[in-house]
Design a protein around this ligand. Structure first.
Ligand code: FAD
Length: 386
């Protein structure tokens, strides 16, 4: 029994899954959107027991839950709703409006970091895969080696994800032109279509299919055993509870969560050796939850009146965002709608990605940076740290 803290870096996210679980080559074949195991938290019992409790039904949380439910009972607690309630919001043409919609029921939550950087984090089943750019890569081979991960198992696991979520994008004019441009300026070699993250220019995978529909991590719940899993929506986890004994490390015992009507519920771990609580609430949500639960720098917790369960200096420290520079060029003529497809992976530690066709004028002035609401047809170039 214990507590596990899922990594949040998107480059390595899949490897959390790879490291922990074996490939299961089966499917229940039904659509997750139809499953009755996904319910509102208001229907949850006041106290319940599971082998695994997963906090945050995001990118990592859905993967883990689907796999773990094969051999154990699993509870997923997601603080907001389902992406299936409004499928038009997750179509490719609505990417920008969905990302910038921060109204109370939206899939995106805006925040500003202490150093003033405007940012967004997901709040929806499927997490970041519901609002992100949909670009899919496998981790670098050196990462697998560095972390002692089994390459064959990693490959099987990637394929498990790819079968449900990933498509080969159609390359039209703009993406074809930028691919040629990358090669011309020396982002070499040309690696063709590949999921591998390797130096050079490539056509990458996308979680948007050829019809412009986004596939999210919530779709992976189709792999779950419907008899062993429960997913509660609008279930905000407030803290993890621990049992403490003098001289022993604290043991995770359960979680306290609140439903949409403010009713308090407890989910507890069954007394098995496999039982674990997995905190997969995102790069900000997970450390926040640990701190609220008394795991973190003792001085900081005491100053906030939080009882210290474990003095752990690094929790909530050293956070950094991927630096990104964007160039948005208004096009006088309509251009194809595209998201990250042709990509330049440079040896200097940054990637060059492209999008096109987004209509900034459709955004409200409040959502749109100064003057952007005059851009009808945008060509977008992004420089992102690898
Ligand atoms: C704008 C944008 C574009 C991106 N583009 C790409 C891309 O093209 N390709 C790529 O690979 N990555 C991309 N990423 C990054 C990627 O989406 C994230 O790294 C990834 O989704 C993180 O997964 P996660 O499981 O750690 O967290 P998340 O997917 O964020 O999941 C965390 C979940 O926990 C829930 N939660 C939080 N707190 C609580 C609580 N207290 N109780 C219950 N639930 C809670 C949240 O609602 C959320 O659903 C992008 C990210 C952004 C923001």
């Amino acid at each position: 029994m214990g507590l596990r803290y899922a990594w949040s870096s998107w480059r390595v996210l899949l490897l959390v899954f790879v490291a922990e679980f074996a490939f299961h080559g089966f499917t229940y074949g039904e659509k997750a959107s139809n499953y009755n195991f996904i319910q509102e938290a208001t229907s949850a019992p006041i106290v319940s027991f599971y082998d695994y409790i997963i906090i945050g039904g995001g990118t990592a949380g859905c993967l883990l839950a689907a796999t773990l439910s094969r051999n154990a009972t699993v509870l997923v607690l997601e603080r907001e709703g389902s992406p299936y309630v409004n499928k038009t919001k997750i179509r490719i043409e609505n990417t920008l409006s969905t990302l910038t919609d921060t109204s109370p029921d939206s899939f995106s939550e805006a925040f500003i970091s202490e150093d003033g950087v405007v940012n967004i984090r997901p709040r929806v089943l499927g997490g970041g895969t519901v609002i992100n750019a949909g670009f899919y890569s496998r981790a670098e081979t050196f990462f697998l080696k560095q972390n002692g991960l089994d390459e064959a198992l990693a490959k099987d696991s990637y394929e498990w994800v790819e079968r449900k979520l990933v498509s080969k994008p159609v390359v039209l004019q703009w993406q074809s032109a930028v691919k040629d441009g990358l090669l011309e300026v020396g982002v070499l070699p040309y690696n063709g279509f590949t999921y591998d993250h390797i130096i050079g220019t490539k056509i990458g995978g996308s979680i948007f299919d050829e019809n412009g529909n986004r596939h999210t991590a919530a779709d992976l719940l189709e792999y779950a055993d419907p008899n062993s899993i429960k997913v509660y929506l609008h279930a905000v986890v407030q803290k993890i509870t621990f049992t403490t004994k003098v001289g022993l490390r604290p043991k995770a015992q359960g979680v306290i969560f609140y439903d949409a009507q403010g009713v308090r519920h407890m989910a507890l771990l069954k007394n098995g050796s496999m039982s674990e609580i997995v905190s997969s609430a995102g790069a900000i949500g997970s450390p926040q939850l640990l701190l609220l639960s008394g795991i973190g720098p003792a001085l900081q917790l005491e100053a906030l009146g939080i009882k210290v369960v474990l003095n752990q200096a690094i929790v909530g420290q050293g956070m950094a965002d991927n630096p990104l520079n964007g160039l948005i060029i208004p096009s006088p003529v309509p251009v194809e709608l595209s998201l990250v497809t042709s990509v330049g992976i440079t040896k200097f530690g940054y990637d060059i990605e492209f999008a096109s066709g987004f209509d900034f004028s459709a955004l409200s002035i409040a959502q749109s940076p100064a003057n952007f609401n005059q851009i009808l047809h945008a060509l977008i170039i992004l420089l992102i740290e690898s």
